[in-house]
Design a protein around this ligand. Structure first.
Ligand code: SAM
Length: 302
């Protein structure tokens, strides 16, 4: 069968995935980085294309670059999350496209042409970069990649000085961590983040010996990260593009499980999300510390 790449985690039964296909999504810890693949050596690729335009074009360009001339690429996405644009995008790279619609998705099959058009432009537009206004590293596709999220902003404004050992769960490019590290009495800070691109950006953004970065899932943390004095977080509420309220609740339980008795969790929550019950069930004391623009900041003590 040769070397086949798979990008993303398609719903069961959506598409046949050959045994041994190699995961290349940055959202799957341990996966191969498309950027590390040799040019035109891979036999085939299946790409569940991400929703953002720059990110999608970047991934498609990376995959086209990696697959050998004549190799097959199957690129698909929900119709309303970029699927309806796939045909045009692939044609713009110089591909002949065969498209079909099924289960609310668009599926496009192409053979990797000998000559690829506008490849470099797409690779440049989706690459990691340092933003001029903030001086921070980021990349299209990571959470709120080019603007400060309002939930993050409110937590940044509300956070008191912290001390001791702590963690930033779902740390993104490290915005909350940057603030935490301004506290001289913070001795150690572990960032946990599912998105490899964000972890790499955070690595550039936080040049501090107190920092440890984990590319991993908060729901399966190693046993070493316990007895913490504090956790900060802006929990995600999307999993694989779908709203998933249980993800934020799992973050709250994970935070509680990592804290020492008396330890504190500071978190930001979108007002419409049902976090209060799980906070009350999991923590000894829960206080609402700020509320603005649809967001709430809680201080929860275990
Ligand atoms: C709402 S964003 C907050 C990012 C950052 N803390 C900030 O405030 O800018 C949530 C982050 O959690 C990450 N994430 C999602 N699911 C995760 C999981 N299961 N484990 C670890 N991180 C996860 C996302 O990639 C995203 O960067």
């Amino acid at each position: 069968m040769g070397r086949t790449l798979i990008y993303g985690l398609p719903a069961p039964g959506l598409i046949g995935i050959p045994a041994g296909a190699e995961q290349v999504s940055p959202l799957v810890p341990g996966s191969t980085d498309l950027d590390d693949l040799p040019v035109a050596k891979v036999d085939a690729a299946l790409i569940l294309a991400p929703p953002g335009t720059l990110e999608r074009d970047y991934v498609i360009a990376q995959a086209l670059r990696a697959v050998k001339v004549g190799g097959e690429l199957n690129i698909f996405a929900p119709k309303d999350k970029g699927g309806s644009r796939l045909h045009k995008t692939l044609a713009s790279f110089g591909c002949e496209v065969f498209e079909e619609a099924r289960r609310h998705h668009r599926f496009c099959r192409v053979e990797r042409p000998k000559v690829l058009e506008r490849l470099d432009a797409a690779l440049r537009a989706g690459a990691p970069r340092r933003l001029d206004d903030t001086g921070l590293w980021t990349q299209p596709g990571v959470f709120s990649w080019d603007r400060l999220d309002r939930g993050t902003e409110l937590l940044l404004k509300t956070l008191p000085d912290l001390k001791g050992r702590g963690a930033d769960l779902g740390a993104g490019i490290g915005l909350l961590s940057l603030k935490v590290l301004t506290c001289a009495e913070v001795t150690e800070l572990t960032l946990v983040e599912l998105d490899r691109r964000a972890v790499r950006a955070a690595e550039h953004n936080l040049n501090d010996p107190r920092v440890r970065l984990i590319w991993g899932d908060v729901r399966g943390l190693d046993a070493q990260l316990t007895g913490l004095d504090f956790v900060v977080m802006n929990p995600p509420f999307h999993d694989g593009g779908q709203e998933d309220r249980t993800l934020g609740q799992a973050f709250i339980r994970a935070a509680a499980g990592r804290l020492r008795k008396g330890g504190v969790c500071w978190l930001t929550a979108n007002r419409h999300l049902p976090y209060e019950t799980v906070l009350q069930e999991t923590f000894r004391q829960v206080d609402l510390r700020a509320e603005d623009g649809g967001y709430k900041i809680y201080e929860a003590r275990i």
